[in-house]
Design a protein around this ligand. Sequence first.
Ligand code: NDP
Ligand code: OXD
Length: 321
Amino acid sequence: MSKGALALLIHGGTDNWSPERWKARFDEVCRERRVLPLAEAKRAAGEVHYAAVWKPAPGELAGFANLKAIFNLGAGVDALMADKTLPDVPLVRVAVDDLTGRMAEYVVLHVLMHHRQELYLRESQREKRWAPKSQWPAGAISVGIMGLGVLGANAAEVLARIGFGVAGWSRSARTIQGVECFHGEAGFEAFLRRTDILVCLLPLTPGTRHVLNRQVFSKLHRDSPMGAPVLINAGRGGLQNEADLLSCLDDGTLGAASLDVFAEEPLPKESPFWTHPKVVLTPHNAADTDPDEISNYVARQIERFEAGDPLENVVDRGRGY
Ligand code: NDP
Ligand code: OXD
């Protein structure tokens, strides 16, 4: 009997999400299985047992009646959770060392950028101004990480090794060596009050939408050598109230922000974030999903599933992440 087909529903629109690139990779790692791009998959819908997806259109997955599992090709599943017609089969997300390492690189880069006064130093260079300000050590800065899951916990450990004072906040209680852990509503204010650089690595769910707002920014610690607190958001754009964020940057509640994600992506040309002097902007590439790594990961998971072993990193639909 032939193996159930794998459908590719990939709508990224950037280099990394080229459907052709993913198809070539899946053909290599799923040699005995038909790997079907969307149009072909629709024509052979009954033969499709698995779907590998990135931002599928709402309703698209519901057309596959014999689906056994869905593999989201990234870590965040908010786009899928918003689809009310999502088939009731296991939904697997990405949690692999490759992605985790990439996110640690982004977080370390941006924490160091603000801590080492890079915005000021680049401006000085442009103006040919030799005017160093005194530099404090990493231990003088408290970094607070919202979300202590796969990505947040690892970034916290790496930052602690560099010497920052690191705390984290999650929904349930966590223990991470060298990291002061807070959780839930009850722990939120104390977490914010000790934080100079706030790093957001939360998933976007109904419980976290717009969690980054004026009320939260105004509770951050204000007496660090940086002068004002800093936000780094690499979770999702929907986590930030963008009007609050802009007004808090403008009135000094926040000293600066590194933003990788936005409510609307690609970010419209007219967005004030593009040219804001206090914003360091990246185009949602903090941690790219690598087709080589992740096609292997999905192929391995399908093999496990067909051998009767449990799938890994299955999303809890009740929690939404
Ligand atoms: P995980 O599911 O492993 O971790 C999520 C963390 O957030 C957990 O610690 C969880 O708490 C916490 N959390 C969830 N809801 C709440 C809440 N209401 N209050 C407090 N804490 C909460 O996710 P990952 O670490 O793998 O990924 C995090 C997010 O990063 C993804 O969902 C995605 O949106 C984003 N991402 C962005 C990328 C980019 O390139 N910009 C790349 C990859 C991911 P608990 O521990 O109690 O469950
Ligand atoms: C992800 C992402 O969720 O790339 O993996 O944003």
